[in-house]
Write a protein that binds this ligand. Structure first.
Ligand code: ADP
Ligand code: MG
Length: 714
């Protein structure tokens, strides 16, 4: 579909989704109202309503040109899955007819055995089912020439265990809502029937020419380059950031946006990023589960449009060594169904109090569960990005900004009395949004920064589904909110007035959570020492971070809030460990392949040319009167080349052994640790030699597209 800039977006926004408007048009009034009520209340829909809704949905989808439907779900691999079924069926008398029943809408049975369960189900009972999540609208997705009706679903085993990433996120949203409602009651806020969490997900990505991509096995197999010398220009000039967007890329962006608008995804900003060929897209924030769904669709739509436009989309966290990587900034906030953003300081003393209490709850949660938050964003790809002097480090800290720091300090030191000095507090806080709009008060090095009325979790990897980080944020928040509510209630029960109980709790919390507040440069070495001094977790790689899931208190937290059973936590641990090991195994084997079939042959051929030229020269040296010194320079040149090539050949043989060793190690953790601590560093050593050779070998003999070509040619 071509974007026509003359038609206002609002006229077709969401037209490929079975949204409010489509439902109203296609459903009888009674069923329409009933469905809206179940969506609002988050309840299950009855079989009768499902039948009517399915029929309306099918009619709507077929009018738009859909022939198939699929249950669209998020297995624990971090992507999405679908199995298409035709509407077509054959009647008993042999007549072809399009059918879509209520049962087919609300429940499906994909071949669950092909999705990882982390050992939760034995193969013989490898059955799971998908169930419609009516809170996320069904949509039509283009694939080939046809449209498919996609029904967002959760994926559960027959024993009720969550086999997907979405179910725990929905559970965590319930949990935080319940806890926050209780705290609001303590604070005297009434009329709220649900507390929601919101996410606005900024997505960074690289676009390179497809012809380069397809010539690089590392990009095709692993999504990142395993070899490649940095060009002299690199990104030293940083002239790309917010610079003008090349036309070809702009066309890509426009088409992506058009497709997203049809899917009801509110894409808002687009711009260049720091690195060459790196860009960002950011939709407007939505309720967390919708936002996570939409981010998955953003990635999918971008991949399709890129392919169509002759680009390859790179979502890996660090596709190019020495060049900034990509992340996903997860802007997160919490608010009521009555429209109060609980992280917005607001303009009255009362809203300031909610704000402070919820702000302190975030500090409490992030401090207590910094390791879990770190675990939530651990992945093979993100390990290359975190702490690489361009992205938040593995240490989680919170940045609040100067003004809020002052406010918290004032409360802590007793300079503020909620009862008598509400005015002072109010004046200070009402300026917060203003101050934060100002970029000077932004700490872009912080992994978790307060930005006016939300927190920005910047450590999420660009290729990851945002379900796990949001699930963790909601759960740690539920726990923190409960602790704070308990503390206030205990003081009130002990005879304190409410305001004093709140203020006293704030003070205690501010003091207790101080170590998590860090206003300095998170890229600087000083943070490492600060982390040590303050006892903050500093989990350097994925296997270390995943061990957090073994901790009893972490498992207990997930159990207590009904988010993950112990078995569900364990299954996630195994799946992620396995993906990590397999991923690095694939990378190492791809590197072997590239060394053996590209680098070594190319260098050998080049060396052959130099070698015979040297022989010729040697034969003619006397006749042409070549000096010893000149001859030696050429000999040295050949010698260094031959030595490096020999080193590379030896290292390639060593790499063979190093890869085979993975399988011989007895446990998953030993395998993963070995990959992180031995294999990856060795791959980097090999790379240094190969990249040196790339820089001396004649370009016409080097088969792999170079960094210069991929990053500086348009
Ligand atoms: P940047 O961080 O690049 O300056 P913005 O401040 O414009 O970007 O916002 C980034 C993202 O934060 C957007 O997706 C935006 O919709 C989202 N956002 C804004 N307010 C909230 C909120 N209250 N809760 C969650 N996300 C929000
Ligand atoms: Mg941002």
């Amino acid at each position: 579909m071509n974007s026509d800039s003359k038609i206002p977006v609002s006229t077709y926004f969401g037209s490929m989704t079975f949204d409010h408007k489509a439902m109203r048009a296609k459903l009888p009034k009674e069923e329409f109202v009933a469905l809206q009520d179940t969506i609002k209340a988050g309840k299950k829909i009855t079989a009768e309503i499902a039948g009517v809704v399915a029929n309306g949905m099918k009619e709507w989808a077929m009018e738009k040109g859909a022939t198939h439907y699929t249950h669209w779900f998020q297995p624990m691999t971090g992507s999405t899955a679908e199995k298409h079924d035709a509407f077509l069926s054959i009647d008993r008398d042999g007549t072809p007819i399009e059918r879509f029943s209520g049962e087919q809408l609300i429940q499906g049975e994909p071949d669950a055995s092909s999705f990882p369960s982390g050992g939760m189900r034995t193969t013989f009972e490898a059955r799971g089912y998908t169930a419609w999540d009516p809170s996320s609208p069904a949509f039509l997705m283009k694939g080939g020439k046809d449209l498919t009706l996609c029904i967002p679903t959760v994926f559960i085993s027959y024993h009720g265990e969550a086999l997907d990433a979405k179910t725990p996120l929905l559970r965590s949203m319930e949990a935080v809502s319940k806890s926050a409602m209780r705290l609001l009651e303590v604070l005297g806020v009434t009329g709220v029937s649900r507390v929601k969490t919101f996410a606005g997900i900024e997505q960074e990505y690289f676009l390179i020419d497809k012809k380069f991509y397809s010539e690089r096995p590392d990009l095709v197999m692993c999504g990142r380059t395993l070899l490649g010398a940095l060009p002299p220009k690199g990104q030293q000039l940083e002239d790309h950031y917010f610079g003008s967007i090349p036309d070809r890329v702009l066309e890509f962006m426009q088409e992506v946006e058009h497709e997203l608008y049809l899917l009801g995804i509110p894409a808002k900003t687009r711009h260049n990023e720091v690195a060459p060929h790196q860009f960002e897209i950011a939709p407007i924030f939505e309720e967390a589960n919708i936002s996570v769904d939409h981010n998955l669709l953003v990635m999918e739509v971008m991949r399709k449009v890129a392919d169509k436009k002759g680009f390859a989309l790179l979502l890996a966290e660090k596709p190019f060594a020495g060049i900034n990587g990509s992340g996903k900034h997860n802007n997160w906030s919490i608010g009521t169904d009555t429209g109060i953003n609980l992280l917005d300081p607001g303009h009255t003393p009362e809203t300031n109090v909610h704000f402070l209490v919820f702000l302190v709850a975030v500090l409490n949660g992030v401090y207590k569960r910094a390791d879990v938050l770190r675990m939530s964003i651990a992945s093979m790809g993100n390990d290359h990005r975190l702490g690489a002097n361009e992205a938040p480090p593995a240490v989680v800290t919170v940045f609040l900004g100067e003004l809020l720091e002052k406010v918290l300090d004032a409360i802590e030191s007793g300079k503020v009395d909620l009862k008598t000095e509400k005015q002072v507090l109010n004046l200070g806080l009402s300026q917060v949004p203003l101050v934060n709009k100002d970029y000077t008060d932004r700490n872009r090095t912080s992994p978790f920064a307060f930005t006016g009325n939300k927190f920005e979790f910047r450590a999420v990897g660009s290729s990851q589904a945002a379900s796990v980080p949001n699930m963790v944020l909601n759960t740690l928040m539920a726990e923190a909110v409960d602790e704070i509510a308990d503390a206030i209630i205990a003081k009130i029960n002990a005879g304190k007035e409410r305001d004093s109980a709140i203020l006293e709790t704030l003070r205690e919390q501010i003091t207790a959570t101080k170590p998590i507040r860090y206003q300095g440069d998170n890229y600087a070495e000083a943070l490492q020492q600060a982390a040590k001094d303050r006892g903050l977790p500093n989990l350097k790689n994925t296997p270390q971070a995943l061990r957090v899931l073994l901790k009893k208190d972490v498992q207990d937290m997930f159990i207590k809030y009904g988010v993950l059973s112990a078995e569900e936590t364990n299954s996630r641990l195994h799946i992620r460990l396995e993906r990590y090991i397999k991923g690095i195994d694939i990378e190492a084997r791809t590197l072997q392949l590239m060394l053996k079939t590209f680098v070594i042959p190319d260098v050998t051929e080049y060396q052959g040319g130099i070698g015979s030229s040297f022989n010729n020269l040697l034969a003619a040296a006397e006749a042409i009167g070549l000096s010893e010194k000149a001859l030696k320079s050429q000999a040295d040149n050949l010698k260094v080349l031959a030595e490096n090539l020999s080193t590379l050949i030896d290292m390639t043989a060593e790499l063979d052994e190093a890869v085979e060793k993975i399988e011989t190690l007895p446990t998953e953790f030993e395998k993963a640790d070995y990959c992180a601590e031995k294999l990856l560093p060795f791959m980097s050593e090999v790379r240094v030699v190969a990249d040196w050779l790339e820089q001396v070998v004649d370009r016409s003999r080097w088969q792999l597209p170079t960094y210069s070509e991929m990053l500086f040619e348009h």
